[in-house]
Write a protein that binds this ligand. Sequence first.
Ligand code: NAD
Length: 500
Amino acid sequence: MTQALTPLSLPPVPREFGFFVDGKVVPAGTRDLSERRSPAHDVPVTRIPKCTTADLDTAVAAARRAFEDRRWSGLGGAARGAVLLRAAALIRARAEEIAYFETLENGKPIAQARGEVMGCADMFDYASGLARSLHGDSFNNLGDGLFGLVTREPVGVVGLITPWNFPFLILCERVPYILASGCTLVVKPSEVTSATTLLLAEILTEAGLPDGCMNVVTGSGSSIGQALIEHMDVDMLSFTGSTAVGRRCVEAAGRSNFKKLGLELGGKNPQIVFADADLDDAADGVAFGIAFNAGQCCVSGSRLIVERSVAEAFAQRVQAKLARLRIGDPLDEATQVGAITTAAQHDIILGYIQSGQEEGARLLCGGEVLDTGEGRFITPAVFTDVTREMAIARDEVFGPVLVILPFDTLDEAIEIANDTVYGLAASVWSKNIDTALTVTRRVRAGRFWVNTTLAGGPELPLGGFRQSGWGREAGVYGVEEYTQIKSVHVEIGKRTHWGE
Ligand code: NAD
């Protein structure tokens, strides 16, 4: 159980972190520090080193040594799983500290951050079992002279790049699975939310992870991130972030060593509501789907596709749900929606709210900057009179901006839902099983919710169709991504290749 530090207050001085290589915290020394200010309070909360490319090389070399001498991959799955189980317990024990830094750097409500941290511990619990159950296949049907085996091996050194919206959750949807496979890794967290990644590195060492298996380098995407995606000694890259940087990863892999790629990118996700749905449940889900994490979710339900006969009344229900949200200080236990994480994202969201109105959409509610005297908060915006060509209907805003697109027939609903370059997630709301299953089959998205939204857990994989990415994280599929397959042909008895 977590224990709340009450009352939660801002740190008197920012906490200075080192980066993490070969099982040790490396102090910043003479390196520049980047100071992170809380997006909700505008005071300095952390200082993080700006690593050099030489630091990255040292971290990759440590991960390479740890992989090649088999100090981790050579252990049995049970021993690797035991480390992951201990890490889960330590995450629970330090949940309050992790949640606190997540809230300070990201601006999300503390109660939400605690929930995410507990979910992360569960990821480690689950992945510990996968370390033991990961296996290949065998072919006993190749005739008396031959036996076939298909084995899985860890890919090697993995580079992991994460974004700022769920710094600890996205990390923990990947790290335990990567480690369960036997790979070693070098993580580059977002430059604005690095603290909790550094805490995880400490936790894993305390849990018994051998030195060099998890390294963390901190710094900007354009310097350290770019150097990592181009690195010749990284065997696989797992990238979570924007589609634009995802494209750079593909180009960099082609220019460097053809490293294997896992990409989790953007989304413009439909919430499809039929007139026969439980409209109160659906309105609750739609409001949650756009306002959760201040709309800064890759899987936000940002396009409400609703049957025309109920569209107006349904919009009012959503508006009423949004009006009740408690937006504000994320250190307040009662807050439901916190701050916009970066100044750049704040400007992008306001730009879309303005462009929507300029293009002729009607702002039904929200879209206002809350005057808290400090920090960045935007009330959830809902737009009607939207056409599919408008930027607010096509682009991933990555903020609390919902567009309403009415439909008349099931085919039209599916056609609107698929009218996007993305394919990350979708929800359908209907009491009719035929309707719900038809939509689930025909809308192109890697994650689907029926009469709910944003549900998840360690068992079900994550990933997108189309420009939302490649590969899957989490679940059995998530650990398999970090393996490669070897076919082994075993001759039984005398070899008779030329028939002699
Ligand atoms: P971003 O692409 O700007 O940054 C993500 C990470 O990439 C950061 O660590 C950043 O430092 C790094 N980076 C930036 N430029 C780089 C470069 N040239 N080379 C290598 N690394 C570089 O994204 P963001 O603003 O942090 O996050 C928002 C985006 O992430 C949204 O598009 C969102 O949909 C996406 N996202 C997707 C998922 C998913 O699971 N599909 C989850 C969360 C966020």
